[in-house]
Design a protein. Structure first.
Length: 587
RNA sequence: GCGGCUGUAGUCUAGUUUGGUUAGGACGUCAGCCUGCCACGCUGAGGACCCGGGUUCAAAUCCCGGCAGCCGCACCA
């Protein structure tokens, strides 16, 4: 089969349909286009909003997750703390002969037997030396490599017109949550567990974004950070979901070269240690259900565990929720990372702000405590200007250790200083400890809005009698109802417009169409996935009834105009089926 | 980012080999007619040679550069 006769695949068809019916298209086309940027049209924007609305219903409304919005431009300090400045850049080398580019750290791992952890730490200079020392050459043409250079996948800018202050476009929305943790914890009335979600644009300067909505340089991410007490990791929702199953591809199987899907219940996954955090397992079930609601059956979904070297730097354990699409096979729509206390701890180190929360014990703990009090009167004259530093170091040392060491050795070594008993006063007293401070742990479900839009489109796509139908689940369809005239004369348009205005006032998203034949209008509506069509005919003028047409079955029922708002409300909230909307109607 | 192929209305495309009158068609869109339930038909309208430079009397067509798309390689933390 030649390329010319090959039938286009679904991705091509969906993209063509998306352009033609204004769901989305490549941005900046009048200037030739820029790859990696997408503009949503009326229908696409609506579809995306409806999908995000479902996410909000699921997490914000039902779970009480708090939603926030934070800026895209972020001072460099934040991403230094989060580790992104170190991890989002990759040393690359270019072959001088064939111009192929390679990840320098990957070359070193492979040919110099330097571990990935060590390779990451090397400076450009050290990378260069290592390549020269091990005489690494281009694997394709044996050419030598040029100077290693960093490729930074974050967009960099300066903040303010005359400023040198470096800022980055955020590559994830999560940090906007972590940096506000103290205030958010207050917002949650200082109770764990709680979650914070944000939906917003992120920027990643991809090297070669070629997959439309699947991979672009600016896209919408839904990051949900769920904070819990590591000593109380139990999820109170587990009992509702423990019998649900998850299709897992485990790291241990991947290591053996198998991508076998193991269908296990949540309970088993936790008991067998496949998933390390209860909350994570529940979010994975919710993610599965969300995608089912977007039209992706369970058997087209899987959760694939990341191998240690595939994982993001912040994750203890990580699963990608993947959906099977025709063009590329499995693609990620959400990531489920167990970030532990990594981010808050790092921000605590870098900012100096205490990110710990206070937990009161059920009963205050009375315990004998050793207190080591530096005697400044004696420290001062001996240590002079270093006295304050020594005192500070002493107060940071474990008092028990200081006491034990002094009792045993007659002194305690503090860095280069030797502390002998005359410098300190050691007392033991009973103290009442009311509670303790700790950094909460985090599990993070993170969804790609745009990819969910794409899979919703691909899974909605059907062909019936050579006509294209987008069978969106009724609650994400961009437009809900079409209002039509059987023929556009004899007062039918006037009556139909009344129905149209009435439905708009009732809050539905409605389109009125009287152009061309009725069949053509039905076809046009099917192609953009409008679930219902209401047709005003000659009967309407006699008895105020209309017909409702179902997008998927093309069946029709007849009901009274005045009953429409209530019936449609029920229908779109899945409280009624199509057949409940009226009496069967045959034309 | 590298290599190969490609770029014509909203969409799909003819024309490019061999430069030459007003760039042709289909679908869609709009206006009018028609139309009693699944893209009927008729009439009319609007709509395109990716951008820049070069060669030439003359460039959609040839050459160079850029941008973009497709395929392969690499990349996707």
């Amino acid at each position: 089969m030649t390329d010319e006769t090959k039938t286009p695949d679904k991705f091509t068809i969906i993209n063509e349909l998306a352009r033609r019916r204004c769901f989305f298209w490549q941005s900046y086309k009048i200037y030739g286009g820029v790859s990696g940027f997408v503009t949503y049209g009326f229908l696409g924007a609506k579809l995306k909003q409806n999908i995000e609305k479902k996410v909000r219903e699921l997490f914000v409304n039902k779970l009480g997750i708090l939603e926030i919005e934070s800026p895209i431009i972020t001072p460099s300090k934040v991403f230094e703390a989060s580790g992104h400045v170190d991890h989002f850049k990759e040393p690359m080398v270019e072959c001088m002969k064939c111009k192929r580019r390679f990840r320098a750290d990957h070359l070193l791992e492979e040919f110099a037997e330097i571990s990935s952890l060590e390779a990451e730490k090397l400076s450009l200079e050290e990378v260069k030396e290592a390549i020269e020392k091990h005489e690494i050459r281009c694997s394709e043409c044996e050419g030598t490599f040029g100077e290693p250079k960093y490729f930074l996948t974050m967009f960099k800018t300066t903040i303010g017109p005359y400023s040198e202050a470096v800022g980055y476009g955020r590559p994830e929305a999560a940090q906007g949550i972590f940096v506000e943790f103290r205030r958010l914890y207050e917002m949650a009335r200082e109770k764990l567990p709680f979650g914070v979600m944000q939906i917003g644009h992120v920027l990643r300067n991809e090297i070669s974004p070629r997959q439309g909505l699947i991979r672009s340089r600016e896209f919408t991410i839904i990051d949900l950070e769920f904070f819990f007490d590591p000593e109380k990791p139990n999820c109170y929702l587990l009992k509702d979901y423990e019998n649900e199953t998850l299709p897992l591809v485990l790291a241990e199987n991947k290591l053996r070269g198998s991508e076998e899907i193991v269908e296990v219940t949540v309970r088993d996954a936790l008991e067998k240690g496949y998933i390390k955090a209860e909350w994570q397992s529940v979010f994975m079930v919710l993610a599965k259900k969300l995608l089912v609601d977007l039209g992706v059956p369970t058997e087209k979904q899987r959760f694939i565990e990341k191998l240690p070297w595939e994982k993001a730097h912040y994750a203890l354990q990580s699963f990608d929720q993947e959906i099977y699409v025709e063009r590329w096979g499995w693609i990620e729509v959400s990531g489920h990372a167990y970030r532990t206390d990594y981010d808050l701890k790092r921000h605590m180190q870098f900012s100096g702000i205490d990110m710990r929360v206070f937990k009161e014990y059920e009963k205050p703990v009375e315990k004998e405590q050793t207190v080591v009090k530096p005697l400044m009167v004696r420290l001062g004259p001996v240590f002079k200007e270093e006295a304050a530093k020594v005192a500070k170091m002493l107060s940071e040392a474990d008092p028990e250790e200081v006491e034990a060491s002094i009792r045993k050795n007659g002194s305690f070594t503090l860095g280069k200083y030797r502390i002998t008993p005359e410098y300190v006063e050691i007392t033991r007293s009973n103290v009442k400890e009311l509670g303790k401070r700790f950094i909460p742990y985090v599990v993070e479900p993170s969804f790609g809005s745009d990819r969910m839009v794409y899979v919703a489109l691909e899974y909605a796509y059907r062909v019936k009698d050579d006509r294209v139908i987008l069978s969106f689940p009724r609650d994400i369809a961009p437009l809900q109802v079409g209002v039509y005239t059987l023929v556009s004369k004899d007062g039918l348009p006037e009556r139909a417009l009344q129905v149209y205005r009435m439905l708009i006032n009732e809050g539905f998203s409605v389109e009125y169409d009287e152009a061309g034949s009725i069949g053509r209008r039905y076809a046009r509506a099917d192609e953009i996935g409008m679930p219902l069509g209401i047709t005003v005919d000659y009967e309407t003028l006699k008895d105020n009834t209309i017909t409702i047409r179902d997008r998927d079955s093309w069946k029709q029922v007849r009901c009274r105009i005045e009953d429409l708002p209530e019936l449609l409300r029920k229908y779109f909230r899945w409280k009624a089926d199509f057949n409940d909307l009226g009496e069967p109607f045959e034309s």
